[in-house]
Design a protein around this ligand. Sequence first.
Ligand code: SF4
Length: 565
Amino acid sequence: MAHVITQACCSDASCVEVCPVDCIRPTPDSPEYCTAEMLYIDPDTCIDCGACVDVCPVDAIFPDDQLLPEHGRYPEINGQYFKKHPLEPAEFEPSTAPTLPPDRLPLRVAVVGSGPAACYAATALIDQAGRSVEVEMFERLPTPWGLVRAGVAPDHPGTKAITDVFRPTVSNPSFQFHLNVEIGEHLTHDELLAHHHAVIYAVGAFHDRRLGVVGEDLPGSHSATEFIAWYNGHPEFADLEFDLSGERAVIVGNGNVALDMARILVSAPEELARTDIADHALAALRKSNIQEVVVLGRRGPAQAACTNPELLALGHLRSVDVLVDAAEAELDEHSRAVTGRPDADPSVVLKTELVREYAQRHATPSNKRIVLRFLTSPTEVLGTDRVTGIALAHNEITLDSDGMPKPRATERTETINAGIVLRAIGSRSTPVPGMPFDTARGTIPNRNGRVVDPESGRALPGAYAAGWIKRGPSGGIGSNKQCASETVALLLEDFAAGRLDHPVRGRGDLNALVHERQPDVVNGLGWNAIDRAERQRGRTSGQPRRKITDVATMIGIAQGVRPPR
Ligand code: SF4
């Protein structure tokens, strides 16, 4: 008997900290942590104590005799990891928070953004400095949680439950929300610094990369950001319209975001109706004619961008076939050599096996379909007034100068008819007012979280970054915990060493200034009122919540106006 980590794993490693026999890997301080798809439990060492289950924020851990049917592969997946990475004692370096100078307390920190990286940073500050710190969190929407609310797919409620981890932080008296306040519009960076010792930017990466092909801006061609924010009820995207009258959708890109969109497009509306999907999206999906979603990957199965847990989960969708052309499931010479080695990465081997298994499945005529395509790149989004299809080049795999596989277009081409094209080829950050910006990497230039002047390389006093704006858009929700902790450790070190200017104004002055600049600021009580109203609305329809998507309505509720039914 052993415990097993399954699909929902967020990698925040809370379980690693409590395991009495130290059998969960990779640990956040190991090199493998940055690239691992999830965490794994060594079945030979686990003593079945269940301590990890209690702390897992997304309910991803089960005893192996209580696994759900769709988790059948996970004992093997957990065990395989340790064949390549035999369990060695982890070398933990106990983190020691520096002693904070009592004459300069409280330490005042502004956190800009309210997604996972921002919340993990606030949590690390309060955990380490307790009542010696005051954290002010700024968010431009009237609701917190960033991409957990506006990005995580509604059919992944376990992942959304990560916000429960942050509730003790946001209800701590040291913490204040300033929602519906935009830095750069209502307050400047210099004004933040006048009221805080330090500012941590954790604003994420909310914009899409573009394909750069003709027809990309035709009606019917959309970014993943637009579609995902729309079905998640983001107020700035709630009024968008997506034409789902055609029978086929094409998604460019095959990462987890692409698979999220594919699932939502073919899932039965009655199943989506039990989630917190936005009302307008559910209504549109009920009328949808989409029967088939084609997911395009530039490279082969061994290089597919999605993770195995998400790829595996596709195969458990009810009344949906996952199909792969047998020829495209075949590996190129390079991928065959890599996956055939005795020390091959088990997650890459598993990915190619899953694709091969899908290639052996047969379609059920009455089912909807997700078709996974490989070695195809879009060359044009077709149509005159609106999207009618997409033109593709077929690729082959070659090696770049570093020996890494890369796609190269062949002369073979193809067109696919489709009524809607969604691009999901990665996200990017945009510049933050008052901060330097590295356009190529899409990050605020920084060293381990300390913002630096790109010209001189010198640290900008009091400015820090965490999450995707610090390291680029990679890693799951939980990987932001380690990232934010690293930033907070440096901030505390700088404060203890006297490198941060003492703010000339405090919390009372800040609150007065925020109210003057943004009378519709939503504080923690206001957010609690919105949260309650959404949950109450959901109770009548059997949903965890029914989201309010109109900013004026949210503000009204926060200010005590009776919520809509
Ligand atoms: Fe470790 Fe106990 Fe979880 Fe097994 S059940 S992985 S021993 S915490």
